[in-house]
Ligand binder design. Structure first.
Ligand code: HEC
Ligand code: HEC
Length: 241
């Protein structure tokens, strides 16, 4: 059943590009699944290898993340995103423990421009698909960085939106896709828990204002949220774990 529907989906996607990116996604989610299934094991990811595809290499990803590569114009990611992907400032997102397939998708989206951000478009432009997969594999294995909610007055509102949505406005519960603990669900639904409130709030705004156009689900949801609701739920998410 599942296979049949996947095949019919495939045949309906005429563009070779789209088919290629599906293969890329399959490769990545395989690796992400292997990593998530055995979080304690430091085993290499080679098991999920797809014939003809290069192996995902987290060590190469770590080197590129930490040092960049001056010969190719790659800036060291650590400068902004911090050691282990645990950034120190709310405008730079934490990347540690994020699902590898989600990270790779974002880097691809920056490169294509469906996620418009001047800084990261420049960074992603210098990366190959292999670099993106390697860095993502490294980051997904780093320990999660927890945070705290700052605004006592909006916690109850933030929590009720996160857990139950806003029925009157047709806003679904965030927990339905991002999980009750904010851990997300690999490979599609990102980890949110512990993220800087400033960054989460900025993303909700970017979805609503059409600056970030890489998720129709999130565009629809964000377009129903007021500034106050966004701030409240973003602050709640910062303390969620
Ligand atoms: C000069 C600071 C800076 C550097 C250097 C930098 N980034 Fe970023 N990064 C940002 C900012 C700012 C954002 C948020 C962009 C937005 O609002 O869409 C971001 C967002 C991201 C995201 C999306 C996170 C999410 O949760 O969706 C990823 C992935 C990412 N960066 C990876 C990298 C990688 C890999 C490198 C190194 C090649 C890198 N960044 C270098 C500033 C930086
Ligand atoms: C139907 C599923 C679904 C629901 C419900 C949902 N989200 Fe999302 N959300 C997603 C997906 C999918 C993405 C990743 C989009 C992408 O690939 O770029 C995402 C991404 C995000 C991001 C960006 C994360 C990052 O690191 O940049 C934020 C913030 C977010 N969601 C907040 C929320 C909030 C707040 C709610 C509840 C009001 C919510 N989401 C409800 C599916 C959902």
């Amino acid at each position: 059943m599942r296979q049949t529907s996947q095949i019919s989906k495939l045949t309906s996607l005429r563009a070779g590009f789209a088919v290629l990116s599906i293969f890329a996604l399959i490769g990545v989610s395989g690796a992400a699944f292997a990593a998530d299934a055995a979080p304690m094991a430091a085993a290499p990811e080679a098991k999920a290898e797809v014939p003809g595809k290069p192996k995902v290499d987290p060590a190469a990803g770590e080197a590129l993340y930490s040092n960049g590569d001056a010969t190719r114009g790659v800036t060291a990611c650590i400068t902004c995103h911090g050691p282990k992907g645990q950034s120190a400032i709310g405008t730079w997102p934490k990347l540690s423990a994020q699902h590898a397939a989600y990270l790779t998708k974002q880097l691809k989206n920056f490169k294509e421009g469906t996620r418009a951000n001047p800084i990261m478009m420049g960074m992603a432009a210098t990366l190959t698909q292999e670099d993106m997969q390697n860095i993502s594999a490294f980051l997904s294995k780093q320990p999660i960085s927890q945070g705290v909610a700052q605004d006592k007055e909006t916690i109850a509102l933030g929590q009720s939106i996160y857990r139950g949505g806003i029925a009157a406005k047709g806003v679904p519960a965030c927990a339905a896709c991002h999980s009750p603990t904010g851990a997300g669900i690999p490979a599609q639904y990102p980890l949110l828990g512990g993220q800087w409130a400033e960054y989460s709030n900025a993303q909700l705004l970017a979805f609503r204002e059409g600056v970030r156009t890489n998720s129709s689900q999130m565009t629809t949801i964000a377009s129903k949220l007021s500034d106050k609701e966004m701030k409240a739920v973003a602050d709640y998410i910062a303390g969620l774990h």
